[in-house]
Design a protein around this ligand. Structure first.
Ligand SMILES: *[C@@H]1O[C@H](CO)[C@@H](O)[C@H](O)[C@H]1NC(C)=O
Ligand SMILES: *[C@@H]1O[C@H](CO)[C@@H](O)[C@H](O)[C@H]1NC(C)=O
Length: 394
């Protein structure tokens, strides 16, 4: 019995050791053996029902007028102190000073770090984590904050409900260089390998955000990387920020997920998680989708022109109706007069002038003109003759 018991105990220990390695020791990736579809085997929260990112279907969002514009606090004060930029093997992270935070929530949130997610195929080939109506952006910036009113620090807050507030900024590619992003991108070559770290000059973090902080989507979700804790109040801005194609290529091609000492270099690309089911969660919007403000200047112009054309059309129709009514009134008046004397509708046509003789006059004039024209070009007359004869011959 004793030896059997010991055997079973050893077997259990062995099983536990092999089947459930300590989650912190598992090196997760986006594809491969511990790719995103396997995350939940090692990190149970990744299989939860309030995961991030999600696809925001704008027609299914719920307008919530209590969602006031977000207020970054201290984002522009770097105090001439450098930021730490490092490659953690999954992304490029910038640590943020604790005087930066967010107002506009029921609690105070303190900034912790920000990082990026991107793709590999250049513009219009995906890279963002959140999508809007099924459409990806080229990259996405996340600014992470923890609830410093309820929790002592980031590590406690990240496991708790309402523990974190993350800002999601969708990044698209355009013609112009975005100088704010160069404050990060210019230093990526210094942290090419995982675990490398560099100090970079402090800069205005708010310059990375879109101008419009009033229009955003809000939902309850999770960290988008293991351990996927469902502790995040998400804010996804409606306005996207734009970087140049060259800037996107820098983001996509400079970093490695492998460490400097590792012989096989692995490019750090496609570090975005696919969208997760909403599972009855509601995505709230701080603005109503039907809002006029949402329309571009081109759309407004089109609507103005459309309305003007409509008004002109209506005016023409009204004028026609009024004219028609007047005509029938006159007609009615005439028939009444006629009826009183002859009691017959037949009288009416006789009132009209006979159309045939009137038309003949200008036609004769036309014919004369044509004759003159033909006389001036006698060949034309001759040419017409053969074309007429085949018609009569058979
Ligand atoms: C975070 O706060 C908790 C609770 O006060 C504490 O036990 C833990 O050591 C703190 N962690 C860090 C990294 O400061
Ligand atoms: C998030 O969850 C909390 C608590 O369950 C709830 O009060 C809040 O309304 C939710 N927020 C959103 C945006 O769904």
């Amino acid at each position: 019995m004793d030896s059997l018991g010991l055997f079973i105990l050893l077997l259990l220990l062995c099983f536990q050791w092999t089947a459930a390695p300590a989650a912190e020791e598992v090196t997760w990736t986006y594809t491969g053996l511990v790719g995103q579809s396997e995350w939940s085997q090692y990190f149970p929260n990744c299989g939860g029902n309030s995961q991030s990112p999600v696809d925001v279907v704008t027609t299914q969002t719920k307008y919530d007028p209590s969602l006031i514009p977000l207020t970054p606090v201290g984002y522009s004060q770097h105090g001439n102190r450098p930021f730490t930029l490092y490659n953690n093997g999954h992304t490029a992270v910038i640590e943020l000073p604790d005087w930066m935070g967010l107002a506009g929530f029921p609690w105070l949130f303190t900034a912790v770090q920000m990082h990026l997610h991107w793709g590999s195929g250049g513009p219009s080939h995906g890279g963002s984590e959140h999508t809007i109506n099924g459409l990806s952006a080229d990259a996405e910036l996340h600014v992470v904050h923890y609830n410093s009113e309820l929790y002592a620090n980031m590590s406690t807050a990240m496991t708790q409900k309402d523990g974190l507030a993350v800002l999601g900024i969708l990044i698209v590619t355009g013609e112009e260089t975005n100088p704010a992003f160069n404050n990060i991108l210019n230093y990526l070559s210094r942290i090419r390998h995982a675990d490398q770290k560099v100090f970079i000059p402090g800069f205005d973090i708010q310059s990375l955000l879109p101008n419009d902080l009033g229009r955003y989507y809000r939902y309850n979700g999770s960290l988008t990387t293991p351990p996927c804790y469902q502790s995040v109040i998400w804010t996804l801005f409606h306005e996207r920020v734009q970087i140049s194609k060259a800037q996107l290529l820098k983001m996509e091609t400079i970093l490695y997920s492998s460490k400097a000492e590792e012989p096989d270099r692995m490019l750090l690309q496609d570090n975005y998680r696919s969208t997760q089911p909403l599972n009855h969660r509601v995505v709230f919007a701080s603005f109503s989708a039907e809002s006029w403000k949402e329309l571009s200047s081109g759309e407004v112009t089109a609507i103005v022109i459309g309305v003007m054309c409509g008004c002109v059309g209506l005016a023409v129709i009204i004028r026609f109706i009024v004219k028609t009514i007047r005509f029938f009134r006159v007609l009615h008046h005439e028939t009444v007069v006629v009826n009183s004397s002859t009691s017959s509708w037949d009288v009416l046509p006789s009132n009209r002038p006979a159309p045939m003789p009137r038309i003949k006059e200008p036609e004769k004039a036309k014919e004369k003109k044509q004759e003159v024209a033909l006389n001036m070009t006698p060949e034309g007359e001759k040419k017409e003759e053969p074309s007429q004869s085949p018609q009569t011959e058979p």
